[in-house]
Ligand binder design. Structure first.
Ligand code: ADP
Ligand code: MG
Length: 568
């Protein structure tokens, strides 16, 4: 009753507390004391068990995700000290043995091993690691013994980020929930109205009396108890929680129930190319020279600047050119480094202005090429170009085919040149391509795509987060590829596909559909049973006891049903 009063003072007049209070007080007024007690008692007992069930299911979902490391083995002067992972500092050395979880993100400084990263990526593939490799917290050591130098505090480690995302995900309410809340606003007054009608008019049209046992007021009160929407109010959020837990187990982090809900309504997906559809690990096909410089010198200019960039192109050139020594020796001499998003980079070196990037950066007219050409311009002369080739990610073609088969329109927006973009799109079966786009053009074009659908479907953007964070944030549903993407991308996106595989997107669609299906099952079931008891109540067949039991029982069944999303 107190809760009902409090909610009324907050403007929420018609809720289940109000319905229950009216039923109890009404039962007292007509002298049905045992029933009056039963309504409250069973409601409370029911609530208690429901909260236990919900708590338990939430816990079992979190447990099943099972990524939280319980302890860390800190290496000390005189051996090993077992600590809570949050007490370990950056730079400390931790030891991970066979069967243990890696407690914090770090770099292997000694030893080799193979890791199970399934709980992070949803993929049952082992990853072999050796000295200098990066390892993520939450992976399990299958074999080997590793000494790891911690690079992130526990709060910033991958495990914490994942757990935080999943735990906060359900805080954001989905549309369906607000739909339930909205419906409750109309629903409760209608229910109260009908109850009043039954109470007042039933004796006028039949031989039922007002105040006797099983009289019209009693029946109206039963009606109120039955109308209580607890089953729906409790099971809908639990369904979303299950769905989000299920997705994260499959390697897809969904940051809120409204996104989980929205995935099934996606009508169009726009893809970034580099790092999303392709591996983003370029190989150097050839180096062209146009002036006096040698290939070696052209590469030197390129790597020197690229060593400051995080772009996949930069990282690939560095990796494939094997010029670490040159970079280390000359890096200090680079000044005024600047990144021109979607074009390339610019820096000063020994008094010269160096540009490394695409044709628009070096102001050269476009030439046809089936490789990604990165020109190097020193002062006003284009001295050469590095021709790069990238590969399509494994499984991308099948994933696009599935999306197309679902009737989802697939498009590609890329900053790369037209020939490559079209070639890849054709190979993958992507319907429409826009190429040579700058990041802000991607943003404007996506805006148009979103406007096309208005409220009749959602537009998703899938990117790797390099130069496309604004687009990720703008899309109805922004999905970023991989935990290796940039932190900013993981923050601005609504979904993180941890293993970077497009097939996971199809899995997410399935979970989203299944969640919606089970929510609807629960709603129909709850309403159906209630309708039956209601009719029985109106005819005087069911009593208050049955009404209370029906309410609690239905809630239980819907809670159990919600868990099926996770189990399958
Ligand atoms: P995508 O849309 O394929 O993800 P981006 O928008 O990141 O591509 O970049 C578009 C183009 O800009 C690249 O294809 C490349 O030609 C050029 N570019 C961007 N960053 C760099 C860089 N660091 N070094 C050289 N070229 C770059
Ligand atoms: Mg990109």
């Amino acid at each position: 009753v107190w809760q009902a009063v409090r909610n009324i003072s907050k403007g929420r007049v018609f809720d289940e507390h109000f319905l229950m209070s009216v039923s109890t007080i009404g039962a007292f007024v007509i002298g049905e004391y045992p029933e009056a007690v039963a309504v409250m008692l069973f409601y409370q007992v029911g609530e208690f068990f429901q909260s236990l069930a919900v708590e338990h299911s939430r816990k079992s979902i979190s447990d099943l995700m099972d990524i939280k490391p319980e302890y860390a083995n800190l290496k000390t002067k005189d051996g090993i000290e077992v600590l809570d992972p949050s007490d370990v500092k950056v730079g400390d050395i931790v030891i991970a043995k066979k069967g243990e979880k890696i407690p914090l993100d770090g770099i292997v400084v000694k030893g080799t091993g193979s890791l199970d990263t399934a709980s992070l990526t949803g993929e049952t593939k082992t990853q072999d690691v050796k000295k200098d490799d990066q390892v993520l917290s939450g992976s399990i050591v299958l074999d080997g013994l590793l000494e790891i130098k911690v690079t992130e505090k526990y709060e910033n480690s991958t495990v914490s980020k994942i757990l935080e995302l999943v735990e906060n995900a359900t805080d954001k309410k989905a549309k369906t929930e607000t739909f339930v809340n909205k419906a409750a606003k109309i629903y409760t007054p209608i229910v109260l109205g009908i109850a009043a009608l039954v109470a007042i008019f039933l004796p006028l049209i039949s031989n039922v009396e007002y105040l006797t046992e099983n009289g019209s007021i009693y029946r109206a009160l039963i009606f109120l108890v039955i109308s209580c929407p607890c089953a729906i109010a409790i099971s809908v959020p639990l369904c979303y929680f299950s769905g989000i837990g299920k997705s994260s187990k499959e390697g897809i982090l969904i940051k809120g129930s409204d996104y989980l809900d929205g995935i099934k309504d996606i009508k169009e997906i726009v893809f970034d190319k580099t790092g999303t559809l392709t591996k983003g690990q370029f190989t150097i096909d050839k180096v062209e020279v146009y002036g006096q410089l040698t290939k070696e010198q052209v590469l030197e200019y390129a790597v020197l600047g690229e060593s400051y960039s995080n772009h996949p192109i930069a990282k690939s050139i560095i990796k494939k050119s094997n010029m670490e020594k040159y970079i280390a020796e000359h890096k200090e001499k680079v000044s005024s480094y600047e990144e021109l998003v979607g074009k390339g980079i610019k820096y000063n070196f020994e008094g010269k202005v160096v540009l490394v990037g695409n044709s628009s950066l070096v102001e050269k007219e476009k030439e046809k090429s089936d490789s990604t050409k990165i020109y190097v311009k020193v002062d006003s002369e284009i001295v050469g170009a590095i021709c790069l080739k990238d590969e399509i990610k494994h499984g991308t073609k099948a994933a696009i085919a599935k999306l197309n088969a679902r009737g989802i329109i697939t498009k590609m927006f890329t900053g790369d040149n037209t020939e490559i973009a079209e070639k890849i799109a054709k190979e993958l079966g992507i319907k429409e391509v826009k190429s040579e786009m700058l990041p802000n053009e991607k943003y404007q074009e996506l805006e148009k795509e979103i406007a096309k659908y208005e409220n009749n479907g959602k537009v998703a953007f899938v990117g790797d987060g390099i130069n496309d964070s604004p687009v990720l944030a703008e899309a109805d549903i922004g999905a970023s590829m991989g935990l290796n993407g940039q932190d900013l991308a993981i923050e601005t996106s609504d979904i993180v596909i941890m293993d970077g595989k497009l097939s996971s997107f199809n899995k997410a669609i399935n979970v989203s559909k299944r969640t919606k299906k089970i929510i609807m099952q629960n709603i129909y079931f709850a309403l159906g049973i209630k309708a039956i008891v209601l009719v029985l109540g109106a005819f005087g067949i069911s009593t208050m006891w049955e009404a209370v039991f029906a309410d609690v029982g239905v809630t239980f069944i819907t809670v159990l049903n919600s868990l099926r999303i996770f189990k399958k």
